[in-house]
Design a protein around this ligand. Sequence first.
Ligand code: BMA
Length: 311
Amino acid sequence: MSKKFVTRYEGNPILTKDDIPYPVQTVHNAGVTKHNGRYVMLFRSHLDTGRSIIGLAESDDGFNFKAHSEPFMVPSKEPIFCEYEEFGVEDPRISLLEGAYYITYSAYSANGVRIGLAKTKDFRTVERVAFITQADYRNVVLFPERIDGKYVRLDRPHSELNPWSIWISYSPDLRHWGDSRIVLKPEQYHWDQAKIGPGAPPIHTEKGWLNIYHGVFPTMDGHVYRLGVASHKFDDPARILGVGDRWILQPEDPWEVVGYVHNVVFTCGAVPEEDGTLKLYWGGADTVMCAGTAVIDELVDLCLTDSRPAT
Ligand code: BMA
């Protein structure tokens, strides 16, 4: 039997639409962080219009979450923002950066999909900061600290010519981004051959930044979404130290195999713990939220010792 890198929580799924006090069709693709010793989850929900909003749930142990009575983010009514998020807000990622929690989310409108940046200190109020990409971007994760004085992110533009790949970009102020370079591409005839994208915000480890990303494989029965890992050099994250050849998680539980979109495990968040493990969170079949644990060193070793080419 091949090695299991992620141990699923026995109580999965940890959050479903039945746990939400307002009407939603799904609970999936959540960013998770710790705030004042508690776990805070921002989850995406489809409404019965097919558009998405973002809800908030909290937990003491990282597995048993209770949702707040109201959504946390719905499409903005404010000028500029309302033009670009009318069709919904999706797939939030949370990074604690210099004392504030920054949320990157996909904003959908007739103008396409682009990335919004929002900010909160307490998860009670939230303010929009700016749109930080043009259209045709999803899956943006911020590094949790400045590197060489600059803010850094991994992003995933989509274009027709290039296979959808992971890029890196830099900013002096979190609003203006540039110096973009491609760092990680799908590998041909491999589990992540169709497209890849950043998943959880990068995690600081002793051997570089751990990047848990999603990769997609096309089959006659539709696309399969799985998760894999890459390690980036600590002081120069444009340099990849290794990319794990094997996936770390694939759809296996019934609620990952069947749902709103079949055969999907999709992460937007992982929380590192002091004991060297991390809690990994993923949406199952775009329908429910699931959790599991992994040993950080094992994920890093997979990147460094059993690697496939990065580009
Ligand atoms: C991607 C995004 C995700 C979703 C995944 C599987 O393109 O839309 O939000 O989880 O597809 O449907």
